[in-house]
Design a protein around this ligand. Structure first.
Ligand code: EPZ
Length: 421
C-alpha cells in the first residue's frame, strides 16, 4: 500500500490544470447503457473509480477502451448478465446508477445492495421508490435488488429527500419510458445538469435540469454521444484551499467558477482573495485567515465534499469556526486524524467546533475516505515537520496524481509505493 510523505511549510505558487469531474464522468459512463450505439467521453481524469465503472460496464457486455478518452460500445449489453455484482458495488456505491439505464433499456437488472459506507448509511430507498413509480417491479433477495419492467411508463414522482444519485438514476430511466415523467424535489448539482446535457445529446427530451423539478418525455430509442466532461468543482475547491492555507498564489486553470460560488464565498469570508480570470480562478492566501462558519447543503448550498478541506482551513484561522454537516451522518472521520496533528476540534452531533490558530504539527495519520484523505494532505502542507498519510488509495479514487501536481506548485511531497502498515 502506498503512503504519502509531506514536509510542511512551503507557500504554493504557480498554476495547475483542473481535470474532468469524477462525479459527472461516472454517470455519463452509465448513460452509455441507454443505447446500443458507440459513445465517447473525453477529458477524463485517471482515477480508480472511473476504472471500476469501466470494469462494471465490461462485465455488463460493453467494449470499453481508452482512458483520457473513453470509447464505449454497448451493443453487447443484454446478451450477458444484467447484473452489478457485490464485488464491484462494494468497491464503489455509484455502481447502483446502472440500475435505471439497464432497466429502461433491457427490462431487467439485478444489482447488489451497496450496504453502508464510512460517511453514512447511504440507503437507496429513493432510487427504488422513483423506479417503482415508473412501473418497475422490485424484489430484494440475497443482498440483491431485482428490477423488472417490460417498458417503464411516465409518472409524477416527488423525492422525499434531495438525492443526487437518485435524481440521476430515475432521470436516466425516464428517458426511455412511455409518456412524460415529472420529478420534483430533485438534486440541482452541476453533475445532474451535465448528465441531462449528455442525455439530450443522445436524443432524450428533458427540461428543467439544474432546477427543483425535471420533466422528461420518454422516447423509443437513444443515440450514442461524444462528450467532453466539465472540470471538477471539488478538485478545484481542494486546490483553492491548498493555496489559501499555505499563503500561496495559485492559478487554477479551467476551474469551473460558475459551479463554485458557495466555496468561493466561504474562502472570501476567510480572507482569501479569489480572482476570476479568463483562464480560470486565481487564489491568493492571506497572511492571516479568519474563522468561518459552514453548513453543508445540497447545491447551490455549500458542498459536503468540501467540508473536510475547509475544516483544515478553519484550524489555520485565528479564532473559532462552526462546521455543520447536514448531508451525511458520519462525515467527521478526519477529526481524530487532524487531532493527531494538534487540531483543536470538538464534535457535537452534526456540528464541529474548530478552535484555530496554533500551527499543526506533522504526524502519522490514516485516510478513511476520499475527502478526508484530501484534508490530511492539506494539513500536511501547513504542518510543522513531517506528515505520513497511509491508505492513500482513498485519495486515488478522486484525485489524479495529486502529489505530483502539488509538487509542481512547490510542495515538498512524495509518494512511496508499497509502504508497510
Ligand atoms: C453524490 O453521492 C456524490 N457521489 C457524493 O460525492 C456527494 O457527497 C453526494 O452526492 C452529495 O453531494 C457521486 O456523485 C458519485 P445523495 P450520492 O444520494 O448520490 C440520502 C465524493 O466525495 N439518501 O445525494 O450517493 C443519503 O443517505 C462523493 O465524491 C437517502 O436517504 O448522494 C445522504 O444522506 C462522496 N436515500 C443524502 O440523501 C436515497 O435513496 C444525499 O445523498 C439516496 C440518498
Amino acid at each position: 500500500m502506498d503512503k504519502i510523505v509531506i514536509h510542511g511549510g512551503q507557500r504554493l505558487k504557480g498554476e495547475v490544470t483542473i481535470h474532468g469531474a469524477k462525479n459527472a464522468a461516472l454517470l455519463i459512463q452509465c448513460a452509455a447503457l441507454l443505447t446500443d450505439r458507440k459513445c465517447a467521453i473525453r477529458h477524463l481524469p485517471r482515477l480508480s473509480d472511473i476504472a471500476t465503472m469501466s470494469e462494471l460496464l465490461g462485465h455488463l457486455g460493453c467494449e470499453v477502451t481508452g482512458d483520457r478518452t473513453l470509447k464505449i460500445d454497448p451493443a453487447g449489453v443484454g446478451e450477458g448478465p444484467r447484473e452489478a455484482p457485490y464485488e464491484m458495488v462494494k468497491t464503489m456505491r455509484a455502481s447502483v446508477t446502472v440500475m435505471g439505464p439497464l432497466l429502461a433499456r433491457h427490462g431487467f437488472c439485478r444489482v447488489s445492495l451497496p450496504g453502508g459506507c464510512a460517511i453514512g448509511a447511504r440507503p437507496i430507498d429513493q432510487h427504488l421508490k422513483g423506479l417503482e413509480a415508473l412501473g418497475a417491479k422490485i424484489a430484494i433477495k440475497h443482498g440483491y435488488v431485482e428490477l423488472k419492467a417490460k417498458r417503464l411508463r411516465g409518472a409524477n414522482f416527488v423525492f422525499d429527500t434531495v438525492t443526487v444519485g437518485g435524481t440521476q438514476n430515475v432521470m436516466m430511466a425516464a428517458t426511455l419510458a412511455k409518456g412524460v415523467t415529472r420529478l420534483e424535489n430533485v438534486a440541482r448539482e452541476p453533475e445532474v445538469e451535465e448528465l441531462a446535457r449528455v442525455l439530450v445529446k443522445m436524443g432524450a427530451r428533458i427540461s428543467g435540469a439544474g432546477g427543483t423539478a425535471i420533466e422528461i418525455e420518454g422516447v423509443d430509442a437513444l443515440d450514442g454521444f461524444d462528450h467532453a466532461v466539465v472540470p471538477d468543482r471539488i478538485e478545484a475547491g481542494t486546490f483553492a484551499v491548498a493555496a489559501a492555507v499555505t499563503r500561496g498564489d495559485v492559478m487554477l486553470l479551467d476551474a469551473p467558477v460558475d459551479h463554485m460560488h458557495a466555496t468561493i464565498a466561504k474562502l472570501e469570508e476567510a480572507g482569501v482573495e479569489c480572482r476570476v480570470e479568463n483562464a480560470g480562478l486565481r487564489v491568493i492566501g492571506p497572511e492571516r485567515l479568519s474563522p468561518v462558519d459552514i453548513s453543508t447543503r445540497p447545491y447551490p448550498g455549500f458542498p459536503t465534499d468540501m467540508q473536510a478541506q475547509m475544516m483544515v482551513l478553519a484550524t489555520c484561522a485565528a479564532g473559532q469556526s462552526l462546521i455543520t454537516e447536514t448531508i451525511f451522518e458520519n462525515r467527521f472521520m478526519h477529526v481524530p486524524e487532524l487531532a493527531c496533528m494538534g487540531a483543536d476540534v470538538t464534535v457535537h452531533g452534526h456540528s464541529a467546533v474548530v478552535r484555530g490558530g496554533p500551527r499543526l504539527t506533522g504526524a502519522e495519520v490514516m485516510a478513511t475516505d476520499l475527502r478526508a484523505s484530501a484534508s490530511l494532505v492539506l494539513a500536511g502542507l501547513v504542518a510543522d515537520g513531517t506528515t505520513e498519510i497511509r491508505r492513500v488509495y482513498h485519495l486515488d479514487r478522486g484525485y489524479e496524481a495529486i502529489e505530483k501536481r502539488l509538487r509542481g506548485l512547490g510542495a515538498n511531497i512524495r509518494r512511496f509505493h508499497g509502504a508497510k502498515g
